[in-house]
Design a protein around this ligand. Structure first.
Ligand code: M6R
Length: 617
């Protein structure tokens, strides 16, 4: 949450930073601000609202400085006001700082600083950092054997800080320098041509450089126009490892689409192809996951998988649970990452952990990973963002290769997680009792998924018409069974997130144990209809709704025949292998939510109160 962009180089920092902030805006969009070093001082511009408002304000100022820091905010401490927007200045004007994260001991630090004569202009936890750095800067000698004065002042400040941070700091007494540091909040250094950038997300850097250094927790970088050094808080030098970002700039651009969410929904066939590329075994009966670093013998020892994640990723875990238990017959436990880390669950000796995260930066998921590792378990990651903290800290994993996902509402990352889950279920099933012939049929079924997804997307105009008719309702139920129950949860989450409509996901048969009380002409139900043995049961649930005058939108495979007049609206999806059904059923619920949100004039890519990646607890 929140985005940081900093720059030291030869170009106008403000222009470069605003371009970077625009790419980061999906991380938080309450307010935005920047500070540049120029004419021996700091010029700060900040405002409530979007980056566009900041750009407008900045255009009216003469911002020629070539070093700067900037921020787009998702409020934690303190309301959405100009004063609470970043950058924050120390009260002596010697330090400007932007911050992602939460300073937990800010009250104690503030008390101390007030006794030293520092003042506060905002309600944020961040401002204590600016003042504490100024305090240390004032005390720091010019030629300390411990290294550069500015770096030391930041370092000494961070030794007193509890909580999480990604920070970038400027000081007018140290022109053309920038110090940045991280603990629990991502930060990446971009190494360009005679310029350096710091950002909380690679998407802000890729238009200027593809060479990056991923900072680790406890590391500080000191950037000058001539180069940079990497240190730890206890002054150890670190040799930087420069990685190459493989994303192309245009992958993170809208192109002809009105919203990233729609673009990413339509990118799903490609994302699904990327997820499966090179991952089927040569004999066509199983999958391969080299990145797990585990042999078949290792898998034989495992008697339980534990999957943890948050939000949409947690729904993917539920599908993984269903498929692994169904095909591989190995017990699976699914936990919210935020709960797992605190509930001290008793665990089997031979459990293998998986965390699922698009961004690889979600703090609760990262904490769950660390907790599992602390207890001595191997922990794998299913992750989209290469080089993210979770990807780096996991013992092994599976990259999704879905490309950048910018829309706050996760779409292509989710179906790619579903596909990887179904491939993983096959992988372990083939090490156990799934026959060669069944494996071959399973692989053939999954190989068809990208094409079937293209066909499912052809329903978009029909779904749009339905959405226009249903956009006026304020309550929805989403109902499904077995592997389609998580898709009901996901459909309800999507609708809540982007259209602010109250929606609940339930196992279809549970509906009569309570939620049926909600049914009326004013509360439509979206049914995810399966084929096979549960078809008739789901039809019975639909009849129960119909008997109470409830409206029904049915999403059903091509070949099923619903009783005449039962569904008010029918959206078909192509027939497919059972392991692929959750993927194809997801596409209509995404489109339905999208078109309803658009009809209600909601800001689809920047829904209120949300941010793409939740890096605070
Ligand atoms: O980046 P992650 O997959 O770890 O994010 C987890 C959730 O925050 C995320 O899925 C969230 O629920 C999305 N807004 C869903 O659309």
């Amino acid at each position: 949450m929140c985005g940081i962009v900093g720059y030291v180089g030869r170009q106008r920092a403000a222009t470069i930073m605003i371009e970077g902030l625009k790419r980061l805006e999906y991380r938080g969009y309450d307010s935005a601000g920047l500070a540049v070093l120029q004419n021996g001082g700091l010029t700060v511009v900040k405002t409530v609202g979007r980056v566009a408002a900041l750009a407008k304000l900045a255009a009216g100022k003469k911002l020629s400085g070539t070093s700067g820091i900037s921020h787009t905010r998702w409020a934690t401490h303190g309301g959405v006001t100009d004063a609470n927007a970043h950058p924050h200045l120390s009260s002596d004007g010697q330090v400007a700082l932007v911050h992602n994260g939460v300073i937990e001991n800010y009250v104690a630090i503030k008390k101390f600083l007030l006794t030293k004569g520092y003042n506060f202009a905002s309600e944020t936890d961040t401002e204590v950092l600016a003042n504490l750095i100024a305090y240390h800067l004032a005390k720091e000698p010019e030629n300390s054997p411990e290294g550069p004065r500015f770096l030391n002042a930041v370092r000494k400040t961070l030794l007193h800080v509890e909580g999480t941070y990604g920070i970038a700091v400027l000081s007018p007494a140290h022109p053309d320098q920038l110090v940045a540091a991280r603990k629990g909040s991502p930060l990446i250094l971009g190494v360009g041509d005679q310029e350096y950038l710091i950002a909380s997300d690679v998407s802000a850097l890729v238009s200027r450089t593809q060479n990056v250094v991923y900072l680790k927790d406890g590391e500080l970088v000191h950037i000058t126009t001539g180069g940079f050094t990497l240190n730890t808080l206890d002054l150890a030098d670190i040799s930087p490892v420069i990685d190459k970002v493989t994303w192309a700039v245009d992958e993170a651009e809208l192109g002809d689409y009105p919203h990233f969410m729609l673009k990413e929904i339509f990118e799903q066939p490609q994302a699904l192809e990327n997820a499966m590329r090179g991952r089927f075994s040569a004999d066509g009966s199983s999958a391969n996951f080299g990145g797990l670093n585990l042999t078949a013998a290792d898998f034989r020892q495992i008697d339980r998988f534990v999957f943890t994640s948050c939000g949409t990723g947690w729904h993917a875990c539920l599908v993984a649970e269903h498929l692994i238990e169904r095909y591989a017959r190995i017990p699976v436990e699914v936990d919210y990452a935020s709960e797992f880390r605190y509930r001290n669950a008793p665990l089997d000796r031979n459990a293998l952990f998986f965390v699922v995260s698009q961004s690889g930066e979600t703090i609760d998921t990262l904490a769950a990973l660390r907790e599992a590792k602390r207890k001595g378990y191997k922990c794998m990651a299913i992750c989209n963002v290469v080089g993210s903290t979770i990807a780096r800290e996991a013992d092994g994993g599976i990259y999704q290769h879905a490309g950048p996902e910018i829309g706050v509402a996760s779409t292509k990352a989710f179906t790619s997680q579903l596909l990887i889950s179904s491939m993983f279920a096959l992988y372990v099933a083939r090490m156990r009792d799934l026959s060669f012939a069944d494996g071959v049929e399973y692989v053939a079924g999954l190989r068809r998924v990208p094409d079937l997804a293209r066909r499912a997307l052809e329903q978009a105009p029909h779904i749009r018409e339905i959405a226009l008719r249903y956009a006026r309702f304020n309550d929805f139920l989403f109902l499904g069974r077995l592997s389609l129950f998580p898709i009901a949860l996901e459909g309800a989450l999507k609708l809540k997130e982007i259209s602010y409509i109250h929606a609940e996901g339930y196992p279809a048969a549970e509906m009569k144990h309570g939620p049926i009380a909600l049914i009326s002409e004013q509360c439509p139900s979206v049914f995810l209809v399966p084929k096979g043995e549960l078809f008739n049961k789901v039809v019975s649930s639909m009849q129960e709704i119909k008997a109470r005058k409830g409206l029904i939108i049915a999403i059903a495979p091509d070949s099923v025949e619903l009783p005449e007049g039962l569904a008010d609206e029918l959206i078909t999806i192509p027939d497919c292998h059972e392991a692929a059904l959750p993927i194809l059923a997801t596409i209509p619920v995404q489109l339905l939510s999208y078109y309803i949100a658009v009809a209600r004039k909601c800001d689809v890519d920047k829904p209120r109160n949300l941010a793409k990646s939740v890096t605070v607890e």
